[in-house]
Design a protein around this ligand. Sequence first.
Ligand SMILES: *Cc1c(COP(=O)(O)O)cnc(C)c1O
Length: 397
Amino acid sequence: MTGTGIRPSECVVDLDAVRHNVTTLRGDDGADICVVVKADAYGHGAVAVAKAAVEAGASWLAVALVEEALVLRKAGIMAPILLLSEPPVAAAKAVCDAALSPFVYSPAFIDALNSEAQARNTTVAVHLKIDTGMGRVGVIERELQIVLSHLVAAASLRLDGVGTHLARSDENDPAAKSETLRQLEQFATLLPQVRHAGFQPRWLHAANTAAALQYPTARCLQFPGGTPTTLLRCGIGVYGLSPSVDVDAAANRLRPVLSLCSAVSFVKHITAGTPVSYGHRWRAPKDGWLATVPIGYADGVPRGLTNRATVLVNGRQLPVVGTVTMDQLMVWSGDTPIAVDDPVILIGTADTLSVRIEQWAQTLNTITYEIASQLTARLPRRYVGVSPADDVTETLR
Ligand SMILES: *Cc1c(COP(=O)(O)O)cnc(C)c1O
């Protein structure tokens, strides 16, 4: 999306950083990667990120919803797309039309998708999701044989991959580590059942970003009697963000992709004790400069940051003061004058100073995923680091 250029607030998305992060996550061994671009690429813009990821060698893309996959197909993206959860039965037609590869795990959907594929005389590639401990979606061990029997009977489906999802790979305490290893172990012990059902899937996958960075075994999964390729399923790391406080993106040479920028829209010199914003939750400690920035919680700057964040202006770190409102927030410049149109960085780097999404997440007791994915559509995304290949596809559209 591009803005009108009237309001100065925008997300700047660095596609060079996307490519760097994809390469970094793939590692020295050049592992195959499925780049997760659900939720509009965690708020970064799915089409642009997907194109950059494919350019950097991503074998697969993944989304949560059929609707999200259709946006990519409409933009001319032909890479294989994994649906991370089984869509409703009624979506079988759309899955075939757009050549999507869903995770499957329930007999009703497998049968419905097979009928749809059969009616068109085509074959649909699917991935089997096994629940080894996430407790969300996926077939559990006790029901694996039933689901496999439906897949065996589904002559118009091809089992192209088998995957599982880790619940605690981003935590470093011993209990979480042993649970992650147990999940990987359970996954490995169930694969012979898949083989005995007559399948030889091309792909195996278990690693999200945290596991790709921390669990070497999740990077080289073994299929009994075959040599399928391990696929890493990475989202957050592609955006250069830490999965948790225990797994640091920067320490793993991942670069933040998104900056959140605006500019001062109004300034005034206020006297000591002047209250600011709804509820008068802040008062000027002395006479000084107060600036208004035209960005608020309707853009995804959480109201919880009231009196609890800093922004970068003119090489200084200034506090956000008073309640964050829907469309605007205020910053305190104290004795130092500040002017309309001065650039404001809410997330990003200026010289030696930086504000990271990780800091917002810690302040708000949440995770980077939630902050990034809640930056709303009202904020234009401006892409930098666009490669010549991106330009070509952009023109064709
Ligand atoms: C979102 C998601 C991922 C990506 O996880 P990150 O922690 O962002 O790398 C991988 N697999 C599944 C099933 C997911 O839902």
